[in-house]
Design a protein around this ligand. Structure first.
Ligand code: GYE
Length: 334
C-alpha cells in the first residue's frame, strides 16, 4: 500500500541484480523477439499505452509525463488516444496483444467491463498495469498493479474544507456538483468522498448534481442549467479544474461573482485552475497529480523483469487555498 516516490539504495541494488539474473535466466519467457539480433534479450521494453483522451488539462499533463518518461527510460511507447470511448480502448489493447508488446498500461475511462480483454492479455502472458484510474474487476490477478490517486480522499478533503468554512452557517447551504464522466472511477469516488464529508453538517445540501464529462464545455453548459433552475446556489463542487473553469463563464454571464457569490471547490490543481484560485475565482483545490510517467516506467521495468510490485501505489498529493496557490504557482510545471 506504500506511497512510493523513490526507492532506497539497497532496494534499487537488489532490483538491478534481480533483473540481471532474470534477463540472463528466463529470457525465453519475455516477448522480446527482436528478429535475430544475436542476443536472446536486448533488454528493450515495448509498452502499449491506451490513454482516455485529451479531455482536460490534467490529461494533457499526464500524456506529456508518460511520453517523456518513456523516452527517458529507453522504453518504446505505442500510444493510443481513445477519445473517451471504452470500445476504442478495448480495440487498442487487443492491438497491443496482437503486436506482442512487453507491457500494456492503460487508464480505464470507466470502471466496469474490462474482464474479457484483461483475460485476453493475461492468457497471452502480457502483464497489465493500471494507471490513474482503476477497474472494478473482482479478479485482481488480471492486472499487476494500480498506480494512481485516492479519489475518495480527494472528495473528502474538498468536503472537509467546506464543512470547516461553513461551520457557523445557520441556514441551508446549497451546493451544486459537476460530476466527472459517468462511470469513471474519479467521478464515482470524488462524489462519494465529498458526500461522506459534508454529512457532518446537515445544513450542507447537494441540490443538483450532473456530469460535465470532465470538460470545460461540459462544465459551462451544465452550470448554465444549474443557474437557471436554482435561484440560490452557494457552492459549486466540480470534480476537476476544467469543469470549474467552464462554469466560471456561466457564473459571470449570470451576473454573479465567482469565488464570492458562489464558493468554488475543484480537484486537480493544473496551472489554469491554480491561476483561478490565486485570483480568488476558485476558493479551494484538492490536488490530483498527473505526473505518473516516471513511476509507470519504473513499474514496467520491474514487471518485465518478473519482480513483485505492490498491488496498489498511491500518488502523494496536497490541497491549496488561495494563499497557497499564489505561492506555488511560479514553480508549477503543468
Ligand atoms: O481529475 C480529470 C481528468 O482520471 C484523475 O481525469 C483523472 C481525471 C482528472 O479528465 O481532470
Amino acid at each position: 500500500m506504500g506511497k512510493m516516490r523513490t526507492q532506497s539504495a539497497p532496494w534499487r541494488a537488489a532490483a538491478v541484480l534481480a533483473s540481471v539474473l532474470l534477463v540472463g535466466g528466463v529470457a525465453a519467457c519475455g516477448n522480446s523477439d527482436t528478429g535475430g539480433g544475436g542476443t536472446k534479450d536486448d533488454g528493450k521494453i515495448t509498452m502499449g499505452f491506451s490513454q482516455v483522451g485529451a479531455e482536460s488539462g490534467w490529461r494533457t499533463a499526464n500524456t506529456i509525463s508518460i511520453k517523456e518518461a518513456a523516452t527517458a527510460a529507453g522504453i518504446e511507447l505505442k500510444f493510443d488516444d481513445a477519445q473517451q470511448k471504452q470500445e476504442n480502448q478495448i480495440k487498442a489493447i487487443r492491438n497491443y496483444i496482437q503486436q506482442k508488446v512487453d507491457v500494456i498500461a492503460f487508464s480505464p475511462v470507466v470502471e466496469s467491463g474490462w474482464d474479457t480483454v484483461l483475460k485476453e492479455a493475461k492468457d497471452a502472458g502480457i502483464p497489465v498495469i493500471l494507471t490513474d484510474r482503476s477497474v472494478d474487476s473482482a479478479d485482481k490477478s488480471l492486472y499487476k498493479t494500480f498506480l494512481g490517486s485516492d479519489f475518495v480522499k480527494e472528495g473528502k478533503l474538498a468536503g472537509e474544507w467546506l464543512v470547516e468554512q461553513k461551520k457557523t452557517a445557520s441556514g441551508p447551504v446549497n451546493i451544486v456538483e459537476l460530476q466527472g464522466s459517468t462511470g469513471a472511477a474519479p467521478a464515482n469516488d470524488r462524489k462519494k468522498g465529498f458526500a461522506e464529508a459534508i454529512a457532518a453538517n446537515p445544513n450542507l445540501k447537494v441540490i443538483a448534481s450532473q456530469t460535465g464529462d470532465f470538460t470545460r464545455a461540459g462544465g459551462k453548459q451544465v452550470m448554465e442549467q444549474f443557474l437557471k433552475a436554482n435561484p440560490k446556489i452557494d457552492v459549486l463542487f466540480a470534480h476537476n479544474d476544467d469543469m470549474g473553469l467552464g462554469a466560471l463563464e456561466a457564473i459571470t454571464a449570470a451576473g454573479k461573482v465567482p469565488g464570492k457569490d458562489i464558493t468554488i471547490i475543484t480537484i486537480d490543481a493544473v496551472k489554469d485552475g491554480m491561476q483561478a484560485l490565486a485570483d480568488g475565482k476558485f476558493n479551494f483545490i484538492a490536488e490530483c497529480s498527473p505526473l505518473l510517467g516516471p513511476q509507470l516506467m519504473d513499474l514496467a521495468k520491474k514487471v518485465k523483469a518478473g519482480q513483485e510490485v505492490p498491488p496498489r501505489i498511491e500518488t502523494e498529493e496536497t490541497t491549496f487555498t488561495t494563499e497557497q496557490a499564489k505561492e506555488a504557482l511560479p514553480n508549477r510545471k503543468y
